[in-house]
Design a protein around this ligand. Structure first.
Ligand code: IPD
Length: 256
């Protein structure tokens, strides 16, 4: 039942974002940062997702990027990004998705990420593996970081500090490592799970960016931690996801 509702919700959001994609005169406003758009598609996708969840589970807690926390006393929390990769979406770049995770008693137990523009639906349930369009996926077996292809992302509000995002990306680039910036943390994580990327890291993401991708990477055999090598928690900002083999090397490079 939970799985069906999750899939129904992610598909409802995806239908909405497909409808708005590349439409003329898309209504866009800006959140904090120079270009941190929120479009009418973000709010419409969120509404469609809420309708599905509330129809089946009216008492569950919901946390969503645009509406924030809708607190309810429940062991279940839905963590929703109605469009992850909103800059891409607003630019007509089809690298964006709907991302939804289900947390039970503080633990992420299920996640779904749907990029309707590539017709790719990623899903994972704790202990049951990860899939892309129903087919099992696994992380890569690469063991040499110098031959890896990794991804990262950057915060909307850049704060210069010791070992900030520009410093860390410089270390990878200077080593000749291939670094991508896709613009969607949820897809970065799913692409690690699917073996397209060997690793991904980012200094500052939000719970809704990382929650579903986290369990998808884990169930595909990967490792996901914060920068201090603690198991990743969606309630803190840093994230490193890898094929497991490269994890220590990734952390060492970031902290070098
Ligand atoms: C953003 C994207 C981006 C990442 C940012 C996120 P949004 O989410 O995932 O890749 O670098 O940290 O905030 O704003 O498109 O939902």
């Amino acid at each position: 039942m939970l799985k069906n509702v999750l899939l129904e919700a992610v598909e409802a959001g995806a239908k909405v974002i497909q409808y708005y994609f590349n439409t003329k005169n898309l209504q866009i406003s800006n959140k904090e940062g120079a270009y941190n758009p929120v479009t009418e598609a973000d709010t419409a996708s969120e509404k469609a997702i809420f309708e599905v969840i509330r129809k089946h589970y009216p008492t569950h807690f919901i946390l969503s990027e645009e509406s924030g926390e809708m607190h309810q006393e429940s062991e279940y929390k839905w963590i929703i990004d109605p469009i992850d990769g909103t800059v891409n979406f607003a630019q007509g770049i089809p690298v964006c998705c709907v991302s939804i995770a289900v947390e039970k008693n503080g633990e992420i137990i299920m996640g779904a990420v749907f990029n309707p523009f590539m017709n790719e639906l990623y899903f994972a349930e704790k202990g049951k593996g990860a899939t892309l369009n129903g087919e099992s996926i696994k992380v890569t077996q690469k063991a040499d970081l110098n031959k890896a292809c990794i991804a990262t992302g950057f915060p909307y509000n850049y704060v210069e500090s010791e070992n900030d995002p520009l410093t860390s990306i410089g270390k990878f680039i200077k080593s000749g490592i291939s670094v991508r910036r896709l613009g969607s943390a949820a897809l970065d994580l799913c692409w690690v799970a699917a073996g397209r990327l060997d690793a991904y890291y980012e200094h500052k993401i939000h719970s809704w960016d990382g929650a579903a991708g986290y369990i998808i990477v884990k169930e595909a055999g990967g490792k996901v931690t914060d920068f201090a090598n603690n198991e990743y928690s969606v309630y803190q900002p840093s994230i490193v996801a890898s094929n497991t083999i490269l994890h220590d090397a990734m952390l060492t490079k970031i902290h070098q």
